[in-house]
Design a protein around this ligand. Structure first.
Ligand code: ZN
Length: 177
């Protein structure tokens, strides 16, 4: 385990405890003495993802996490939300009890969850996953979202712009007329 601060590969475990189906270890880097945390979990069994070109690839949690993280970049989500979301999706995938899952099925689950979590992240993820080729596809996705969910963001979602910013924008628009 490489230290995230200095890259040293030596660390000592200073605390470890069970959390859910894993073990949380508090480590201290032997190089720079910084403390960091690692999680160890049981790999239930191998799950393969069937990609669009029909190739198989072992399910990779980090890849899923990376995609979701990118969609949620700079979104005001409470710390730990994304990890929890990925945990839930991973659990759901293993619970299906299948050896292989099409990547589209995973994408659909992610879309479903993001729709409940944050509409901006949802649209961002959709634009990559559904491979929007232009602004028309983007508009369609936004329109569908508005039709099914209305303009109100999911409970807990913070606005894209603060009320103050909206007021300033409104004033500018009025002045231009
Ligand atoms: Zn270090």
């Amino acid at each position: 385990m490489r230290c995230p601060y200095c890259g040293d590969t030596e660390s000592k475990v200073i605390d470890s405890r069970s959390v859910g189906d894993g073990i949380r270890r508090r480590r201290q880097c032997l190089g720079c003495a910084t403390r960091f945390t690692t999680y160890e979990r049981l790999q239930s069994r191998n799950l393969f993802v069937i990609k669009k070109d029909a190739r198989r690839e072992e399910f990779n949690r980090d890849k899923l996490l990376g995609g979701i993280r990118k969609a949620c970049e700079k979104r005001p989500l409470p710390t730990g939300t994304i990890d929890k979301l990925v945990d839930n999706i991973e659990t759901e995938l293993y619970r299906l009890g299948k050896a292989e899952i099409p990547s589209s099925a995973i994408g659909d689950i992610v879309m479903e969850r993001l729709e409940e979590l944050d509409h901006i992240a949802y649209i961002r993820f959709a634009s990559v996953y559904r491979e929007f080729t232009g602004i028309v596809a983007l508009k369609e996705a936004v329109d569908t979202l508005l039709d099914t969910k209305g303009e109100a963001p999911p409970a807990g979602q913070l606005p894209l712009l603060s009320q103050e910013e909206l007021t300033i924008l409104g004033q500018r628009r009025r002045r231009r007329k």
